[in-house]
Design a protein around this ligand. Structure first.
Ligand SMILES: Cc1ncc(COP(=O)(O)O)c(C=O)c1O
Length: 388
């Protein structure tokens, strides 16, 4: 493993998985509350996804975007039917979806002299130079500056600050309805509605980044639906391809005329195997009762976390989130808690230094949520006792 460029801190070697459990190279199983950082929405080894991948792989693995393929065309249609009237650009990752959204917004804004972008404190939109430019954390940005110019960051959930920043040169405002990396922070519905109105009134485009919070995670198919708004541009990725690399950008129909042949492209984008997997994912996620069940399990997990927060007031500062995207802000670093969880056979991840970020597979069982809560309670108990 040592030939890999060490841009990640890691040691576990994972080899297989089933449902919400993943197994390492020594055969040890873990209950996975990180789910491939929100990718494995249907858990590991979902039969319909595996079958769709097998079927498509045996027919056509790749064709390039010089040609149409049936899965990519069907996926674009399905996304539009679920979201809003739009044209779809398919790509390979969340950062590529964000980068594409920035390019589209700037191309569309160009005839009106609009090239600037507004983003928010604690935002995360990706690691390319474009998406990094609208990503807030100095740690990620500074080593790569200068980035693209004309970006303003506003305080989160502060409509007055956004109103002051959106001007005649603003091409787009980028927002995550629930900030993920930034600490699992849901935007208030009023804030999202206010941003949508400001963008409409002032001629800027609203880019909604649902790479992490989209496709059922928050208890609605799209997180923007909680606020009853419609984005101008929507970005999706993580769970879309059922574990295969796939991103999508939806550009509202009326805007699509601003993008012409040759403006953008991707050799692999909309790969037929990934698109076939995505169709299977969407079928599962939109099946009757599936998302309601996510909302119910999210409420169940939240209730358990609030109980734990009450029991360990010295350790937990706040619990927040939406659906099965929940964060536990700790009063100390998250690292030791994650380590304690792992020793008990539970994987989770963090957002920033002190927020436990919980993104279990959407198919998680209530018994598994209960097991997770017991482990977290025990770890916090152990650490409180050790500190006393
Ligand atoms: C909201 C959001 N946007 C964009 C990205 C970038 O996605 P990717 O890692 O697939 O490039 C992420 C990744 O965590 C994300 O959470």
């Amino acid at each position: 493993m040592s030939a890999l460029l060490p841009v990640y801190e890691r040691d576990l070697v994972l080899v297989s998985g089933r449902g919400a459990r993943v197994f390492d190279s020594s055969g040890r199983g873990y209950l996975d509350f990180a789910a491939g950082i929100g990718v494995n929405g249907l858990g590991y080894g979902d039969r319909a996804v595996v079958a769709a991948i097998r079927r498509q792989a045996s027919r056509l693995i790749h064709a390039s975007n010089l040609y149409h393929t049936e899965p990519a065309a069907a996926l674009a249609e399905r996304l539009v039917s679920l979201a809003f009237p739009a044209k779809v650009f398919l790509c390979n990752s969340g950062t590529e979806a964000g980068e594409s959204a920035i390019k589209f917004a700037r191309k569309i804004g160009r005839p009106r002299g609009r090239s600037e972008l507004v983003a928010f404190e604690r935002s995360f939109h990706g690691r390319t130079l474009g998406t990094l430019s609208i990503t807030w954390s100095a740690k990620y940005r500074e080593p790569f500056e200068p980035l693209i110019p004309g970006v303003r960051f506003c305080p989160w959930d502060d409509l007055a600050a956004a109103a002051a920043a959106i001007g005649p040169a603003t091409a787009a405002v980028a927002v995550e309805p629930v900030q993920g990396e930034g600490g699992v922070r849901p935007a208030s519905p009023e804030f999202l509605r206010g941003l949508a109105s400001l963008c409409r009134e002032r001629g800027a485009l609203l880019v909604v980044d649902e790479v992490q919070c989209g496709l059922g995670r928050t208890g609605r198919l799209f997180a923007y639906q909680h606020a009853g708004i419609t984005p101008d541009i929507l970005t999706l990725a993580k769970p879309l391809g059922g574990g295969l690399p796939l991103g999508a950008v939806l550009l509202r129909d009326e805007l699509a005329g601003g993008i012409a042949v040759g403006d953008h492209g991707s050799t692999f984008g909309g790969n037929p195997v990934a698109a076939a997997a995505a169709l299977a994912v969407l079928e599962r996620v939109t099946a009757e009762g599936f998302i309601e069940e996510v909302a119910g399990k999210g409420a169940f997990l939240l209730k358990g976390l609030l109980r734990i927060a009450k029991k360990h007031p010295g350790a937990v500062a706040q619990v927040r989130g939406l659906g099965l995207m929940l964060g536990v802000e700790l009063k100390g670093p998250a690292g030791p808690v994650l380590k304690g969880l792992r020793e008990r056979g539970v994987l989770a991840t963090k957002a920033g230094d002190n927020v436990l970020r919980l993104l279990p597979p959407l198919v998680i069982k209530r018994s598994e949520i209960r097991a997770f809560l017991e482990s977290l309670d025990a770890v916090l108990q152990e650490q409180t006792s050790a500190a006393a």
